[in-house]
Design a binder for this molecule. Structure first.
Ligand code: GLN
Ligand code: ZN
Length: 761
């Protein structure tokens, strides 16, 4: 039986590509140096898959930045502002599109479905000309072949590519991106032909857009695209790959009817319902690439369970028509467990990173072919059993407390308007109060101090002294700037999730479990492996200290349960909602400890609330219900006089505005500076929002210092749709990535803008 992998991480086990890219961008190494690192990485990945015994190994899943941008290069769809004049798209043009250059801004970046990977959004219009402009797919195929490895070249499919694009600014209103299908298909056909001439037997076309709720007209595009691409191909088989959710029934029926498609790849981890469609409607003689090994997580596969599913599929479709695969590209998992030296053996036995997932795919294929590796299956079964029963995973008290939550809605008793009045009696804030989002610049000294206490190079006392000194100076700065509600600056935190995960039970941390987020940027998500509890207070000490050195209100600063959940690798042995409620209980205790410690304003960041929204519409309401409930659990026990803030890093929230209101925070600060209009439209449409709201007036993602007038003007626009008593003046997000030289003048201007507006009111 064949085994297949949808795609593989590109960064390398020690983030080799990241460092090569950054050194090239800094001008410290040449393009040839970068290319050499890339070539080595590709070779080692292909060899690793071949050695593991994978029979259908992907190529062209490597990328210098992003696979969608690679497709833009392939099609020669370079936006005119980069001055590209045709020929091959070189590294200069490529990186200008990804990152901007001295004179041109970068193309927009957005989330790849519901993952934390971000792609570069193509900008297309009726005038865009397409031509075959990057031989990357063919070159990679040949490169592997020279190493003696036969591969399956992978392309982002044409329909998904167009659906994920945006109309360029000059395009006429209502421009239909799918109208470009006829223009891009010939280029796709040229590539596929060239791949065939080079010897390729399969070409994989990734069409994850199929898992969304597509209208009939969009499904028609698949018929057109694949009858064009597949006609007179002779010899090359097309694999249509889908992932990230169930395939809706209508889409399923469309794709099994595609005459020229030989195989269909499905995600059977997140798309368990697809299994029913397969059993009911069959696959019209096509081969099924059964995505059983989870590409979105780091858990070892339960091999015995997977074997049962394979047997069912073989019965339904015929033995020869099933290939074992991953649920999606392994890009979204960590790279190799081998490099984890600090995790204990038991924990490691529960995990599988990308390298281990290769072995799982092969083990399943062998077992299905009657050559079961008994030893491996036995070890897997005993690891699964230990995970099911381990006291490290299961905490009865936590489970009972969580179960009890479901009977109540957890709402604060008093309506927000009344609470705000009560809070104002104590806070005495001016109209249009100013605040910041939490972090202040993380200087090299602060990072060093944190590193050194971790490695025991400095004592706890010295660490405490250094952090207190930093808090002193951040407080003094805010007082000098005349900001109304202060923050302590978060100098003790490396990361807003890791900081809490490290202090909670049920979490563990990898040393090298990096996952690409965008370009050279990687994140290392915590791993939630067990029931979550809080052994002791996590932030009270620093918040109380910070409050003790100022008369202004000092915000306690927490990360909310939904964000902790969405930015971690979450256990797969219970529903996500269950894990969210457990974290919520821990944060609730922290909120109450802060309140008891004299902190009267508490901010609970839910930066990632929007991120967890499921792809399928039918699942969205349920998510919003439990996520918002999780947030309310954290705040329902505080006094009316305690002001709860929340913060979100997502401006395009028109679709979840009712959930945001339902969170019932007293004040929300939100990212806004890149899209005023979207936010304004929510309020123009008459949405009632009685709580305080601070749409960011200063874009902290850019080193640019906005003027007083610019910020005042943006706030004026808000005042046109919001009552002045609810508006707050603040930046978009935390300041930790900025420098003091930028932050001080920007905040000075921001406070001046607030003062100017107060004078106008
Ligand atoms: N309080 C956090 C900070 O200021 C919020 C960060 C975020 O929203 N991503 O850094
Ligand atoms: Zn933010």
């Amino acid at each position: 039986m064949a085994s297949h992998v949808v795609g593989y991480p590109r960064m390398g086990p020690k983030r080799e590509l990241k460092f090569a890219l950054e050194s090239f961008w800094d001008g410290k190494s040449s393009a040839a140096d970068l290319e050499a690192v890339a070539k080595d990485l590709r070779a080692s990945i292909w060899k690793q898959m071949a050695d593991a015994g994978v029979t259908l190994i992907p190529s062209n899943t490597f990328s210098y930045y992003d696979q969608v941008l690679d497709t833009t290069a392939l099609l020669g769809a370079v936006p005119p502002r980069y001055g590209w004049t045709g020929g091959n798209v070189g590294l200069d043009t490529y990186f200008s599109m990804a990152r901007g250059n001295a004179t041109k801004h970068a193309m927009e970046m957005t989330k790849w479905f519901d993952t934390n990977y971000h792609f570069i959004v193509p900008e297309l219009g009726p005038e865009t000309k397409f031509s075959y402009s990057s031989q990357k797919a063919v070159n990679e195929y040949r490169e592997a072949k020279q190493l003696g490895i036969e591969t399956v070249p992978v392309l982002v499919g044409p329909v998904t590519y167009l659906q994920l694009s945006k109309a360029e600014k000059s395009a006429p209103k209502g421009f239909d991106l799918l109208s470009l299908l006829d223009s891009i298909l010939p280029v796709y056909k040229e590539v596929i032909r060239e791949l065939k001439e080079a010897g390729a037997k399969w070409v994989q076309l990734d069409e994850p857009i199929l898992v969304l709720d597509l209208e009939a007209s969009k499904l028609e595009a698949f018929k057109k695209a694949y009858s064009f691409l597949g006609a007179d191909l002779g010899g090359v088989k097309l694999l249509l790959e889908t992932y990230f959710a169930d395939i809706p029934a209508a889409a399923y029926k469309t794709i099994i009817g595609l005459e020229h498609v030989s195989a269909i790849g499905v995600d059977l981890v997140r798309g368990a319902k697809t299994l029913n469609l397969i059993k009911e409607f069959g696959l019209s003689g096509k081969t099924l690439f059964a995505g059983l090994v989870d590409g979105r997580n780091i858990w070892a596969n339960d091999l015995a369970v997977s074997v049962t599913v394979i047997e069912e599929l073989q019965q339904a479709l015929g033995k020869e028509n099933v290939v074992v695969s991953t649920s999606c590209s392994l890009l979204h998992s960590a790279v190799d467990l081998k490099n984890e030296t600090k995790l204990d053996a038991e924990l490691k036995s529960w995990l599988a990173f990308a390298a281990q997932k290769l072995l799982e795919v092969v083990a399943l294929a062998s077992a299905a072919a009657g050559k079961k590796d008994e030893e491996l299956f036995a070890a897997n079964a005993s690891a699964q059993a230990s995970r099911r029963s381990s006291p490290r995973v299961h905490n009865k008290a936590v489970q009972e407390a969580t179960a009890a939550l479901k009977t109540s809605d957890h709402r604060r008793a008093t309506p927000v308007g009344t609470r705000l009045e009560e809070q104002q009696k104590h806070l005495n804030l001016p109209i249009l109060p100013t605040t910041t989002i939490g972090s202040f610049p993380q200087t090299p000294e602060i990072r060093r101090v944190r590193r050194e206490v971790k490695s025991k190079k400095i004592s706890e006392e010295d660490y405490e002294k250094a952090i207190k000194a930093e808090i002193d100076s951040v407080v003094k700065l805010q007082e000098d700037l005349d900001i109304d509600v202060l923050v302590h600056g978060e100098p003790e935190r490396n990361d807003m999730v890791e900081y809490f995960g490290e202090q909670l039970e049920g979490f563990c941390f990898s040393a090298n479990g990096w996952v690409q987020s965008y370009g050279s940027r990687c994140v290392k998500p915590p791993i939630i492996f067990g029931d979550v509890s809080r052994p002791k207070a996590m932030t009270v000490f620093w918040s109380q200290y910070a409050q003790s050195v100022t008369k202004h209100p000092m915000k306690g600063m927490l990360t909310g349960p939904v964000t902790i959940l969405n930015w971690s690798f979450v256990r797969n042995d219970q529903p996500r909602s269950e894990t969210c409620y457990q974290i919520a209980l821990a944060i609730k205790d922290e909120v109450e400890d802060l309140e008891a410690g004299g902190i009267t304003v508490i901010q609970i960041d839910e930066a990632a609330l929007r991120e967890g929204l499921p792809l399928r519409k039918s699942e969205q309401a349920d998510y919003q219900n439990w996520a918002v409930h999780g947030f309310r659990i954290t705040t329902c026990g505080v006094k009316d006089s305690t002001q709860i803030h929340t913060h979100m890093c997502y401006s395009n929230f028109n679709d979840i505005i009712h959930s945001i209101i339902d969170m019932d925070a007293d004040v929300i600060t939100i990212e806004n500076s890149r899209s005023d209009e979207k936010l304004l439209s929510v309020f123009r449409e008459g949405v009632q929002y009685g709580a305080g709201i601070g749409p960011g007036v200063y874009d902290i993602h850019s080193p640019r210092i906005p003027s007083t007038e610019e910020m005042a003007e943006r706030a004026r626009k808000m005042l046109a749709v919001l009552e002045s008593k609810v508006l707050w003046i603040n930046p978009d997000c935390g300041l930790k990535t900025r420098k003091y030289a930028e932050v001080v003048p920007a905040l000075t201007n921001m406070v001046n803008a607030a003062k100017q507006l107060r004078a106008e009111l």
